[in-house]
Write a protein that binds this ligand. Sequence first.
Ligand SMILES: [Zn+2]
Length: 216
Amino acid sequence: MLKQIYETQTTKIFKAVLPPVGVNTYLLYHQHHLFIVDPGIGSSKLPEDNDIPYDEVSLLITHSHFDHITGIDEFPDSKILITQEALPGLKDSYVNLSGDFGGGTTVVQNSNIQILSQGENTVLDCAFQVMIYPGHTQGDTVFDFGPFIFTGDFVFCDSIGRTDFRFSDNDLMKKSLAKFRQYLLQKEPTDLILPGHMGVCSVKKLLDNNVFLSVY
Ligand SMILES: [Zn+2]
């Protein structure tokens, strides 16, 4: 169920594909800490599959569509790390689209929220860049940890996030794609792209294969 996709002495990343709609949930072990990126249903069981010790869990959220946040309340004692722009869907089922797909409505109960600002953030000795790329939602957030980048539903390896949803904006998406392409050009070709759905790939593969990044 868990697939390891990255390993150094201090950092390990695992990926699982979880309900309700096949979201990629990532486990990022950094030093003694565990970040869970976009927790889907069943996320709290995932660490049990590993023998890796950790002190506490933080939840890192790329955007607040229901499939990326439904597992948050499996961690009532954990901090939610999210940008102000991505925040509105956490407690609003109209914004997070839950119910639109025939399931129940999702309203996150955990209110232990730490707002991330754009630019460099450091959480528990772990430094990363936070960038907002609106289009799929108003607050799609990309987290760049250096050798790996979480892109949520903004960009997938071969496609991009849908822009026909409530609060999506196709014009903003085009601008975001152009900006992100420029950003990627200064990254290492071997850096990893870790999207919110489907497979992972390198920056080089993304630039070579994703036609949406080259047309705007
Ligand atoms: Zn989404």
